[in-house]
Design a protein around this ligand. Structure first.
Ligand code: HEM
Length: 470
């Protein structure tokens, strides 16, 4: 096994992992034991990797395409959906989601990209209008506005629905999502010591998650019943300009009904988990990235000025377009620097070894948890000088072109790499360009720049003042 720290019987190294900042504990161990080390968490053998070259080699293998044996995620997802699925179900559903994203314009190639651009822009412009009408010139936490408008976009994409700001169902879905993200931490002890579920705190956590899941699945079934009779069977037609994931799933289910694949991969249960996975994976990550973006740009006024100059020169007063991206390396660099300095998934999304493996002369036993420690990669001083300094210029080459280098992997790599990376880039580009084209963002006071670690690393609440540039 790779070298690593000793642990206690039954608990392993768990007692020494900082529950509020597990990424910092694990990064400290990487500095001591090197770019590949092992430790036991409960009964699970965890292999932690921080060298992108080794990670790329390892994640290219089929045998690392499993998911980690985590009690909370497995106990809730039961291997359904996409994020926790494995084997034939994972392969089918990954292809299905990829095809849906292509037909909805959420990939680089594909004829509907322009329609997706329009949809994202519509939501970004609504956010701008809302800030302009209700929030500007006051000190406000941008969280609620960002969550509502990004959430509306994600609702449209996943369910084909829009909700008013004060719709009780929408408020409930947001609360569920936010609380769930806080509770499902990768390094939480319950993941490794399932017996903890009998203690009151963990019992409450599990019943909140299980109950929330039951009610939200009930709600998805109700939506599906309404939509199902309307779904056209022709794959070239859709209920709206772009097909929602719900519509696409129901169409596929009908087209495959009576077949072995239909039975195995297009059940009601699979639909519920898949909808929840894509809703959560899209909203929490992009929302958190945008919150960090506003915070760091608000703190670094010199960077914000430079960004404004680029937006004025390339976009001017018209609406931004995805075609502008190639001419806006500074904005691309600001987004990348935000993703580097505060990895939204600092521990990465862990993989599981499906068989015994060997890497760099070390053994990785079947069933191990493989942790790709994004935090250590993105904050590696040898690769990113002065890593705590927000400096987008590190992503520009001598000619001012955007270049990201290999020590940057916010979407991970390999066979399970984020399937929504291109959609995420489209969203982040159009939302940030629209916001900073319209407002100067000033942070109030001296905000805390350390994050709070749940399933994602989010900023602590902060306030900004939006000043109109019109
Ligand atoms: C800033 C935004 C985002 C970030 C930083 C991000 C990051 C990640 C990471 C690190 C993984 C783990 C990959 C692995 O296991 O090797 C992942 C997986 C995934 N992401 Fe994203 N993601 C983002 C946005 C999105 C969006 C918009 C979608 C919508 C489709 C999405 C859907 C997924 C799915 C379904 C998976 C699981 C893929 C699989 O297990 O095969 N993500 N993402």
């Amino acid at each position: 096994l790779p070298p690593g720290p000793w642990g206690l019987p039954l608990l392993g190294y768990l007692p020494w992992i900082d529950p509020k900042a597990p990424h910092l504990t694990l990064a400290r161990l990487a500095r001591k034991f090197g770019p590949i080390y092992s430790l036991t968490l409960g009964r699970v053998c965890a292999i932690v990797l921080t060298d992108p070259r080794t990670i790329r080699r390892l994640l290219a293998k089929d045998a690392t395409s499993g998911r980690a044996p985590l009690y909370v995620t497995h106990g809730i997802m039961h291997g359904y959906g996409l994020i926790c699925a494995e084997g034939a179900l994972w392969r089918d559903q990954r292809k299905f989601v990829h095809n849906w994203l292509r037909s909805a314009g959420g990939t680089k190639l594909g004829g509907r990209r322009k329609l997706m651009e329009l949809l994202i822009l519509q939501h970004a412009q609504e956010l701008v209008q809302h800030i302009d009408a209700a929030l500007k010139r006051h000190a406000v936490d941008p969280m609620e506005a960002l969550r509502h408008h990004l959430g509306s976009l994600v609702n449209q994409l996943v369910f084909g629905r829009r909700y008013q700001r004060d719709d009780p169902t929408w408020i409930w879905l947001q609360e569920l999502q936010e609380e769930g993200c806080k509770l499902i931490g990768v390094a939480g002890p319950l993941n490794f010591l399932p017996l903890l579920r009998f203690l009151p705190t963990y019992k409450r956590t599990m019943s909140f998650l299980v109950e929330g899941q039951r009610k939200s699945h009930q709600y998805y079934q109700k939506l599906a019943k309404e939509v199902e009779p309307l779904v056209p069977l022709d794959r070239n037609q859709s209920l709206d300009a772009l097909p929602s994931l719900l519509e696409e799933f129901l169409r596929e289910k009908r087209l495959k009904s009576g077949t072995e694949d239909g039975h195995r991969f297009y059940s009601d249960r699979q639909m519920d988990h898949l909808l929840a996975d894509i809703f959560g994976a899209s909203l929490d990550t992009t929302l958190t990235t945008l919150r960090w973006f506003l915070l760091f740009l608000g703190v670094n006024q010199d960077v914000q000025r430079e960004l404004r100059l680029e937006i004025e020169a390339v976009v001017g007063k018209r609406a931004p377009s995805l075609e502008d991206l190639a001419a806006m390396p500074f904005l691309e660099a600001c987004i990348a620097e935000t993703q580097r300095i505060r990895s939204v998934v600092p521990l990465g999304v862990p993989h599981g070894a499906l068989e015994d493996l060997e890497v760099d002369g070390y053994r990785i036993p079947k069933g191990s948890l493989i942790l790709l420690l994004q935090w250590a990669i993105h904050m590696d001083e040898a690769q990113h000088r002065d890593p705590e300094r927000f400096n987008p210029r590190r992503f520009l080459d001598a000619e001012g072109r955007f270049c990201k280098g290999e020590f940057f992997m916010p979407f991970q790599t390999g066979k399970r790499m984020c399937v929504g990376d291109e959609l995420a880039k489209e969203i982040m580009f159009l939302f940030t360009a629209s916001l900073f084209q319209s407002f100067r963002v000033q942070v109030v006071g001296e905000p805390e720049l350390e994050g709070v670690c749940g399933i994602t690393l989010s900023p602590q609440p902060y306030q900004v003042v939006f000043q109109s540039l019109a």
